[in-house]
Every structure is written in C-alpha cells, then in structure tokens.
Ligand binder design. Structure first.
Ligand SMILES: [Zn+2]
Length: 131
C-alpha cells in the first residue's frame, strides 16, 4: 500500500462522509482505513452532520479519535468510537491484516502483522548504523 493509495483513501472517506470528515487530518497508518470506514459508516448512520470528527490520530499505539456530537447522541457515538479504538490493537496499521502490538509501553508502536514486522526489521538492518 503506497502513500498515494492512502491519500486516495482519505479523499474517498471525505467524499462519502463529508460532514463527518470536514477538515480532519488523518494521522494514522493506511491499514486502519477499514476500521475508520466502518466507524464512519456507523457514526454517519446516527445522522449526517450530527457527529463531527475533530482529530484522528494514533496515541499509545492505538487509534485515537476525538469527536463532537450533540448531547443526546454522545454516548452512542462514544461507544462506536471506543469499539474502533480497541479494535485497532489487533489490526496491522500498515496493511490491515490481523496483527498485534509488541511490548506494553505507552510508547509502543501500533499493531503490525508478522509480515510487516519482518519487512520493517529488514529495512532497519539495511540502513547504515549511526555512529
Ligand atoms: Zn501488515
């Protein structure tokens, strides 16, 4: 999955959920696209224009979503958002396959599948060591 694909995905989300995605910068890996898509569809179903995403990022290795919602919808929106945030612990943030977080630190990286983890290791080993 390339950066261009990711940009295309973001545009796609903005196109399908315009009120929800108005002016949000998505700072997450492309593997979480389907998580976001699923979450957006559910939030949108509460009423287009009711819920607004304020920020979508990765925090402490998990998806972290800030949103605004009218009081009467807040709990339902919150449940949907939390479900997506929790699910992100087991979704590779690069390719969306099933994955897991390594380590249990607050600064742990988001979940990766075994293939992406290996790829990342290879890349690391290939780069010259800093002295
Ligand atoms: Zn992966």
């Amino acid at each position: 999955m390339t950066t261009t694909n990711w940009e295309q995905m973001v545009r796609d989300l903005e196109f399908r959920y315009p009120e929800l995605m108005n002016n949000v910068f998505l700072e997450v890996g492309p593997g979480w696209y389907y998580l976001l898509d699923n979450m957006c569809a559910k939030l949108y179903a509460l009423g287009p224009g009711e819920v607004k995403l304020v920020q979508v990022k990765e925090k402490f290795a998990l998806l972290c979503v800030h949103f605004e919602a009218p009081e009467e919808l807040y709990n339902r929106a919150s449940d949907i958002v939390h479900a997506a945030e929790i699910a992100s612990a087991n979704v590779c943030y690069r390719c969306s396959k099933s994955g897991h977080i390594m380590g249990a630190h607050l600064w742990s990286e988001p979940a990766l599948c075994n293939i992406c983890r290996d790829k990342k290791k290879e890349k690391k080993n290939a780069s010259p060591e800093e002295k």
